[in-house]
Design a protein around this ligand. Structure first.
Ligand code: ATP
Ligand code: MG
Ligand code: MG
Ligand code: MG
Length: 478
């Protein structure tokens, strides 16, 4: 008969009905009770086996990790811990799992480090079940937010010639055949023969292309894989991550901030509403981890409270210049507790500074605006002071920068002047400059790092644990 998902059965509304469930065995106790999981929820359904009337050869094959199919009448459970159970009338082993070899046999909860080494199997743990169901919900909520507001989902290229943004190190795309590499006249491999003879790279941001869309469709967003050859090994950077980049015509910096704050609140509240069970599971898991920390390092709020707090408060908005003053005069700076001391105006903030502002000073999410133009990209709208640009970064507790955005420079002369100053080739970006020639208008947008959002909502500590297949130095092979 037709398979029913375990999550749907656990509500207990269909007792008395014949049902079939399929999943993977999580535990088999006393040759009698199977805890079965199919990934629809962390809660297992209890299967009761009539072991006296079951073939011993079949019983032996019911091992942790095996895939099985069970049919029976969904019944009320008299045991503790579950409302319903299935006394099995038919059990079929679909896929055996050798208990000697299965790496997830462990009685104690395996460490995240160990699970990263067996990343191909970690989907089968409750922690990663919750993380990836939340990732899914957040991604759906992102689309829902934009679709409800009439944004067009625009697919920007993964292979692109534009790396002019200078957002980070780029991965080069090459079509070289290693067996028959084209040679230069002097007999060396001709590495310039990339993508059909054109030097290209994997996209570091879809923004420049996104702006082209916005200059006709008004409001667009991208949501796709983004690549940066990050040479640092942090818990906040991946070589392949997903970025959400809305771009809005007729929009200034203030509206840009409003949109970003509304988006973050919308998706967090969506997750709290639709994936409460997973958030509560991760919250509980975090509490257990916190117990091993010294009292003063434990966080004051649990995960649910932390997310709710973020919804209930306006993000603090201030300028970079104001932030520098706060940091410079902070007790942290005076006692030299920062690794990088804040001495003056003009330098970029490190994540320790961002987190100080959020976690210690304002104790809520922060939006910093009007950064020095020297530390920001060429396309940002220049302020009249000649020193700052209309940039904004959103900083989150435990994360630091989660969003980076700006109002864009729509004035051709100012844009060209800035490109010249920064040595950015105007001829390569002629198509971008055309948007400023043909009906330019005020516009703005931002980039939200999807994994940083998932980190925040799941409370996980390492970005490699919130993407199914992490791509970073020394990650598992896929
Ligand atoms: P950071 O200062 O953390 O390196 P950035 O300023 O280089 O970030 P942006 O170019 O502003 O990043 O990109 C927009 C957003 O994309 C960032 O705010 C962040 O959320 C996310 N992001 C950037 N680089 C990475 C990365 N390597 N891995 C995961 N997310 C990233
Ligand atoms: Mg960076
Ligand atoms: Mg940054
Ligand atoms: Mg940034």
């Amino acid at each position: 008969s037709k398979r029913t998902k375990i999550k749907a059965l656990l509500t207990g509304e269909q007792t008395g009905m014949e049902v079939t469930v399929m999943g993977w065995v999580r535990a088999f106790r006393q040759n009698r009770f199977i805890a079965l999981n199919d990934g629809s929820t962390n809660n297992n359904i209890q299967i009761v086996v009539d072991f006296e009337n079951t073939d011993p050869a079949l019983l032996k094959r019911i091992t942790v990790g095996a895939a099985i199919s069970v049919s029976g009448i969904l019944s009320e459970s008299l045991g503790q811990g579950q409302k319903v159970e299935i006394p099995a009338s038919v059990i079929e082993v679909l896929g055996d799992c050798d208990p000697e070899k299965y790496p997830l046999q462990l009685k104690n909860r395996p460490s995240l480090e160990y699970l990263r080494e067996i990343a191909h199997l970690r989907f089968r743990t409750n922690t990663f079940g919750s993380v990836f169901r939340l990732r899914n919900a957040l991604s759906f909520a992102v689309h829902r937010f934009f679709q409800e507001r009439g944004f067009v989902y625009l697919h920007t290229p993964v292979i692109t010639a534009s790396d002019a943004e200078g957002a980070g190190e780029t991965f080069r795309v090459t079509t070289l055949d290693p067996a028959k590499p084209p040679l230069t006249e002097s007999g060396e491999i001709d590495f310039k023969q990339d993508f059909f003879g054109k030097a290209t790279n994997l996209t570091v941001s879809g923004q420049l292309e996104g702006e082209l869309g916005a200059m006709a469709l008004s409001d667009i967003y991208t949501f796709g894989p983004t690549f940066r050859a990050e040479n640092s090994n942090t818990t906040r950077h991946l070589a392949e991550f997903w970025m959400i980049e809305p771009e809005m015509a007729f929009c200034d910096l203030a509206e840009n901030m409003d949109t970003a704050e509304a988006l973050l609140k919308y998706v967090i509240s969506y997750a709290l509403e639709h994936n409460r069970e997973d958030i509560e599971f991760l919250s509980q898991r975090l509490l257990e981890e916190e117990k091993s920390k010294p009292q003063q390092e434990r966080s004051e709020m649990n995960l649910v409270e932390k997310l709710q707090f973020c919804l209930d408060n306006d993000f603090e908005r201030l300028t970079y210049t104001e932030a520098i003053e706060i940091l410079r005069n902070s007790p942290h700076n005076k006692k030299k507790k920062f690794q990088y001391l804040v001495e003056g105006w003009g330098t970029d903030l490190q994540s320790e500074h961002e987190r100080y502002l959020v976690e210690k000073h304002f104790k809520k999410p922060v939006i910093l605006t009007d950064y020095p133009k020297e530390i920001k990209a060429f396309y940002m709208r220049q302020n009249d002071d000649g020193k700052t640009v209309r940039a904004m970064d959103i900083l989150f507790p435990g994360i630091g920068e989660i969003v980076g955005g700006s109002q864009r420079e729509e004035r051709l002369d100012k844009l060209e002047q800035r490109m010249d100053e920064m040595g950015i080739p105007k001829d390569e970006l002629w198509w971008y400059l055309d948007t400023r020639r043909f009906g330019a208008c005020q516009h703005a947008g931002f980039g939200l790092g999807f994994e940083r959002l998932v980190l925040f909502v799941t409370g996980m500590g390492n970005i490699r644990d919130v993407i199914p297949f992490p791509r970073a130095p020394k990650t598992a092979e896929f």
